[in-house]
Design a protein around this ligand. Structure first.
Ligand code: G3H
Length: 487
């Protein structure tokens, strides 16, 4: 509720994925600590959001669009002043490279500015009058209430803000839970929220999600759940709401995006784009390429080139020049990835590159695994790490069948220079996933494009225009056309 509170309770220690030598060997560096707030504080924060919304009568939901835009512009200005610090914190907290941390900050600022521009357009559209069957109506975009926003560690700033910002600017009040990693990167912004928006409009939650989010959802006071993470958690959260049918959910969830490299592909393009798609930020992206289907005739040559490219990747610390592979923030990730590799090897696959799978504490070197088959964990699990599973195929229908049978449907990348084949594959995939990439990696951006998924991959659509619509309702002001009303 915009107040600084003295905290004498328990704290959560935050460790960096970056390890330092200690008496007990290499260990993750302690970065700091934050309050481990409990149920009482979480419910107080919820009530602050509910009171600030005040059934639509609060200062924020009542504020005209121009006023909300001014507040957001002030916020983005204050955010800009913290750029260097936030980029540094991203590198230390989640191990993201300097270019990628910089990109995350800058694209988030761009997203806010694009959202402001989109709202101006939407407002112009909304202030038009429509007439039909003797009735005249103005369609207003109205807020929905209290939005609970949660996002994952891989884009702690960008992903939370891609729901928080559109929800906020549409007049909703916000409660947002910081991800487990990427907490400190938000710290420099707490004052900016306080200075830019009316009291209680944005409330930030620390603490353990499982403990504090349950009572918030059970209270029934959340109107919109904006969640980016796993389908399992999202479904669990929705079920906690006593009026689940009235809860609007904007979700971006599981994926396991495939690349299809046919015998007609330009192999240099396919290798460099698959490398980017599979290993950017160590494969910790929901849009990452997680299965590479390669046509049998070219599999050997493709694997040779891909393996050579992976072997040349420089591993190191996020701020070092040309580094591509960095330490992983999730403590259990290295052992889980080893389990996936052991499972594939036991079922007949090989790691093709030297050093593939080598790990030390938080650091795991990427591996190219071949041939991956449907019996293996690597074929089904998203794994969210630096492994490239390569699946050989003979019939072009095989990767199509993979997508038909999958429980998710986010993106696919097709690599082929043969127009008829490309066209056939586009037609097959366009109704199975939400984005088909031609001769390029899978990715969310440009962020003005709609971002969604099919099946278990998403509910609702994010990104600028669609997000503004997702976090609002079209409310009509209608009247019969009479001479008096026309005036
Ligand atoms: O993890 C999901 C992110 O929104 C992906 O964004 O494709 O730009 O890396 P990206």
């Amino acid at each position: 509720n915009g107040e600084l509170v003295e905290w004498n309770g328990e704290v959560l220690e935050l460790y960096s994925p970056i390890c330092i030598p200690t008496e007990n060997g290499l260990q993750r560096k302690l970065l700091g600590s934050v309050p481990n707030t409990g149920v009482k504080e979480a419910l107080e924060a919820l009530d602050a959001s509910v009171n600030a919304y005040d059934n639509g009568f609060g200062e924020w939901p009542k504020m005209p669009v121009e006023g909300r835009i001014k507040c957001m512009q002030k916020f983005v200005y204050l955010m800009g002043e913290q750029r260097d610090l936030i980029i540094k914190l991203l590198m230390w907290e989640i191990g993201k490279t300097l270019p990628d941390s910089t990109k995350e900050f800058d694209r988030t600022v761009d997203y806010i500015n694009q959202t402001i521009d989109a709202l101006k357009d939407l407002d112009r559209e909304s202030s038009r009058f429509e007439q039909a069957e003797g009735t005249i109506a103005q369609i207003r975009r109205a807020p929905l209430g209290v939005v609970l926003s949660m996002g994952p560690f891989n884009y702690p700033l960008n992903e939370i803000f891609t729901t928080l910002i559109p929800a906020l600017i549409m007049g909703n009040t916000i409660l947002f839970k910081l991800p487990k990693h990427g907490v400190l990167a938000h710290y420099p912004l707490l004052n900016a929220f306080k200075e830019a928006f009316p009291k209680g409009t944005v409330n930030t939650l620390y603490g353990k999600g499982a403990e504090i989010i349950t009572p918030i959802m059970e209270s029934g006071k959340v109107n919109v759940l904006a969640f980016i993470g796993s389908s399992k958690v999202a479904n669990g959260l929705k079920k906690l709401h006593p009026k689940v049918n009235r809860l609007r959910a904007i979700l971006s969830l599981d994926a396991k995006n495939a690349a299809i490299v046919t015998k007609h592909a330009d192999l240099d393009v396919a290798v460099s784009e698959c490398l980017l798609g599979a290993l950017s930020f160590n494969g910790q992206r929901c849009t990452a390429l997680k299965l590479i289907f390669v046509q049998q005739e070219i599999a050997e040559e493709f694997n040779k080139r891909l393996t050579a490219a992976v072997s040349q990747l420089k591993a190191g610390l996020p701020w070092e020049q040309n580094v591509k592979i960095t330490p992983l923030p999730e403590v259990n990730k290295p052992s889980y990835l080893k389990e996936c590799l052991d499972d594939a090897i036991a079922k007949g696959a090989k790691i093709l590159n030297e050093n593939g799978g080598y790990n030390e504490e938080s650091f795991v070197f990427p591996s190219v695994v071949f041939p991956v088959t449907p019996e293996m964990k690597l074929y089904h699990e998203e794994q969210f790490g630096p492994i490239i599973p390569v699946v050989p195929f003979e019939d072009i229908q095989d990767p199509i069948d993979y997508q038909i049978n999958a429980s998710h449907g986010m993106q696919v990348s097709i690599f082929s220079e043969e127009p008829r084949e490309v066209s056939l594959l586009i037609d097959s995939f366009v109704n199975l996933v939400s984005r088909v990439n031609i001769n390029c990696q899978a990715q969310r951006g440009p962020d003005v494009f709609p971002f969604t998924g099919r099946k278990d991959s998403a509910e609702g659509t994010l990104s600028v225009f669609d997000a503004l619509r997702s976090f609002s309702i079209r409310s009509l002001v209608a009247a019969k056309i009479t001479p008096a009303n026309k005036k």
